[in-house]
Design a protein around this ligand. Structure first.
Ligand SMILES: CC(C)(COP(=O)(O)OP(=O)(O)OC[C@H]1O[C@@H](n2cnc3c(N)ncnc32)[C@H](O)[C@@H]1OP(=O)(O)O)[C@@H](O)C(=O)NCCC(=O)NCCS
Length: 166
């Protein structure tokens, strides 16, 4: 099985992360914006490596006990291998280590794939921002996980019980 490993995003990763932005999003962040995040005191970005290549990344801003996810993406060639889930679990664990026990994000109403990923990790839709996305005028759903420790414990339990099966 292909493995993914995570580490903090570094300056040298920025061109590849910007490339993934362009591959994955209609309104991609620029290299300049991503590089700026490396100097942002409240930002935490992590990249996922398959072999030596960055194939996934995510970012968040830490605002006291709340972690606000800014971006989450897996390269198109590496999807449906559990990497998106592993990446989000990594962000939840990182947030918790930084003292944030709740996590929130916005997701396009039409992005059922990402919504399914977040639901599976204990996030629930808790509101909507009307016409949030300027490119299409689409609404954003606001999703929250209000108890990261509880979700991580439950997900670890699931993992354990699956592993226990013959
Ligand atoms: C959303 C995204 C990160 C998922 O990454 P991924 O590595 O393919 O996800 P995983 O393989 O870990 O799948 C985890 C869960 O997500 C959901 N999911 C992933 N791909 C799906 C698909 N094509 N259709 C339906 N559900 C899907 C499922 O619930 C899946 O769990 P399951 O495998 O037990 O069914 C990826 O599709 C992506 O980068 N999309 C473009 C960028 C984006 O939309 N980012 C989110 C912005 S809010």
């Amino acid at each position: 099985m292909t493995e993914i490993t995570f580490r903090p995003m570094q300056k040298a990763d920025v061109p590849r992360v910007a490339e993934l932005e362009r591959l994955c999003f209609r309104s991609p962040w620029s290299e300049k914006s991503l590089a700026g995040e490396l100097k942002n005191r409240i930002a935490r970005y992590r990249v996922g490596l398959v072999g030596q290549k960055v194939e996934a990344y995510a970012g968040m801003w830490l605002l006291y006990e709340e972690a606000h996810i800014t971006n989450v993406a897996v390269s198109p060639e590496q999807r449906r291998r559990g990497f998106g889930r592993a990446l989000m679990l990594e962000m939840m664990r990182t947030a918790l280590l930084d003292g944030a026990c709740q996590m929130t994000l916005e997701v396009r109403e039409s992005n059922l794939t990402a919504q399914a990923l977040y639901h599976g990790l204990g996030f629930e839709a808790a509101g909507r921002r009307k016409r949030y996305y300027a490119d299409t005028g689409e609404d954003a759903l606001i999703m929250w996980n209000r108890d990261i420790p509880k979700s991580l414990a439950a997900l670890d339990t699931n993992h354990q019980s699956k592993g226990d099966q013959p």
